[in-house]
Design a binder for this molecule. Structure first.
Ligand SMILES: Cc1cc2nc3c(=O)[nH]c(=O)nc-3n(C[C@H](O)[C@H](O)[C@H](O)COP(=O)(O)OP(=O)(O)OC[C@H]3O[C@@H](n4cnc5c(N)ncnc54)[C@H](O)[C@@H]3O)c2cc1C
Length: 488
């Protein structure tokens, strides 16, 4: 086992936190924070389910069931209920993807997106059922088959053609979001198709208010439905457009220098204004756009690899990300020029002290996933002996920012393990180098009290999955596991 105690900190830490040494936490400080976060998550869950129930209750309160006196009425009634529930799920999906700070702070960006994805198929099925059942129900009432009825609806009923287009757009969005389909296309293609969701929602709205009596002028149902549609649109507009534009103007970020960390890995340092407002976000990620020809339209999620550094009054200072050339776009960033302006959105995610629930903390990183842990280690509160850092790489060269991390561990009294070497090809479930794995080491050998610690994990997804399984096997509760995924 290759433990801490490497002899020299070498060149030492290059970035120092803006607010001085990390605070010493009082015992049990994180328990209250954790309870409040769980409460927020519960409030969100209850709100989401209530909105779904409310969407159907609107129709029941309008006497919707009284129409269920014939097979045609039954099909139409089910169709209306399915449409209302499906649209409510679509609005919830939009809110989950809006990057609303309350949701981000309660469940984290990645979990919000996970729920967003899970709602994709149910909402599509409900909307398809809506279209089909309405065509069947209306058709039975008028003596037409469902196809002829659909054609009649398209031609004769105002706004209905828009609803058909909306359904086609929803199908396109959900199908391109399926993992198997998504992997075949570049991120930008998937992103543009995804923007069609907004067109799908907009084209679905007119028929909701103009067809049928449920949302007729003057009804409270109409006000409720308008309110949730407008609130969703406003949240998207604010969080996805206004907030990023404001952050870009407020911080005025400019690339100061790009320095090599290892082959294919660079530190990108940026200077900017009001960076004090970003302190305490080490480990969280931002979406960056480097405003240079050919690059400006690439949105890149990168985590801070160091706390912002304050160099002057008014929060004037520097911040840093560490980037590995994992694809075509990120490879171009290795050649960024000094003076390039940068647009920024964020901070996002819960890979920070805000997720802490215990006094002890364990940080486990591999490859480029080590770098957000470096920023977290810098300021997350703990007393000497309460933190352990495990870094995994094929070689020492792959333990990016290893020197800085060693120095920080020394300063703050954290235990550091370097786990280097190839993996054991016969044990795909292992997160350890082959030698340690064969020697029978387990998670608890490195961190005996891990069951009572928060565990932060960042690295290649397969490896991170193995680490999370090993932590669970060592008794770590799901709430104590914090995982940053670098894939989309
Ligand atoms: C939360 C998070 C934090 C990350 N932090 C770091 C880090 O600190 N250092 C690092 O080296 N890598 C990090 N990554 C991975 C990094 O964002 C991708 O490796 C990089 O964007 C790949 O871009 P590419 O153009 O080279 O590759 P491609 O796969 O060709 O990507 C093409 C486009 O997709 C965009 N893209 C890819 N993934 C996402 C996504 N999840 N969300 C939005 N756009 C995406 C790219 O930015 C690019 O515009 C992080 C990823 C995530 C999700």
């Amino acid at each position: 086992m290759n433990t801490q105690l490497l002899p020299s900190p070498g060149t030492g830490a290059q970035m120092r936190p803006a607010q001085g040494p990390a605070p010493v936490p009082e015992a049990g400080r994180f328990a209250g924070q954790h309870r409040r976060r769980l409460l927020r998550a519960d409030v969100l869950t209850v709100t989401a389910w209530s909105s779904l129930a409310a969407s159907v209750a609107l129709w029941l309160a309008d006497g919707g069931l009284t129409a269920v006196s014939s097979p045609a009425g039954m099909a139409t009634a089910l169709g209306i209920a399915a449409g209302l529930a499906g649209m409510d799920l679509v609005l919830l999906m939009l809110l989950l993807a809006a990057r609303i700070p309350f949701i981000d702070g309660a469940v984290g960006h990645d979990r919000a997106l996970e729920f967003h994805r899970k709602l994709g198929k149910p909402s599509l099925y409900l909307l398809l059922a809506h279209g089909l059942l309405i065509a069947v129900g209306y058709g039975m009432a008028e003596g037409l088959d469902p196809v002829s009825e659909a054609v009649a609806l398209w031609v004769l009923v105002p706004d209905m053609w828009l609803a058909f287009i909306s359904l086609a757009l929803f199908i396109a969005v959900v199908v391109t979001s399926l993992v198997a389909v998504r992997r075949r296309f570049p991120y930008e293609f998937w992103y543009v198709v995804h923007l069609l969701t907004y067109a799908a929602v907009l084209t679905s709205l007119p028929h909701q208010f103009s067809v049928g009596g449920l949302f007729a002028v003057g009804t409270w149902q109409r006000w409720y439905w308008l309110a949730i549609c407008i609130a969703t649109g406003a949240a998207l507009l604010y969080c996805r457009i206004i907030q990023p534009v404001r952050a870009t103007f407020r911080h005025q970020l400019t690339v100061e220098r790009v320095t090599s960390v290892a082959p294919g890995v660079v530190n990108i340092e940026m200077s900017g204004l009001q960076l004090n407002s970003l302190s305490g976000n080490g480990g969280r990620f931002f979406i960056w756009r480097f405003l240079a020809p050919g690059l400006w339209w690439h949105p890149h999620p990168f985590s801070l690899s160091a706390e912002p550094v304050r160099t002057g009054p008014d929060g004037h200072g520097r911040l840093r990300i560490t980037v590995r050339d994992l694809g075509r776009g990120s490879a171009q960033l290795l050649r960024l020029r000094r003076g390039t302006k940068v647009a920024v959105e964020g901070p996002y995610g819960l890979f920070s002290s805000a997720a802490r629930s215990k006094d002890h903390v364990v940080m486990i990183g591999a490859g480029i996933g080590i770098t957000p842990l470096r920023a977290l280690l810098e300021t997350t509160p703990f007393t000497p002996g309460q933190a352990t850092v495990l870094l995994r790489g094929h070689s020492n060269q792959e333990l990016y920012l290893g020197e800085e991390i060693l120095e920080l561990c020394r300063q703050r009294g954290a235990t550091l393990f370097h786990l280097t070497g190839g993996r054991d090809p016969g044990s795909p479930d292992s997160w350890l180098p082959a030698a340690e794995h064969r020697a029978g080491y387990a998670m608890a050998d490195y961190v005996p009290d891990i069951a009572h610690a928060d565990v932060y994990v960042c690295g290649p997804s397969r490896w991170a999955g193995n680490v999370l399984d090993a932590a669970r096997a060592a008794g770590v509760h799901e709430d104590q596991l914090h995982h940053e995924r670098f894939d989309w």
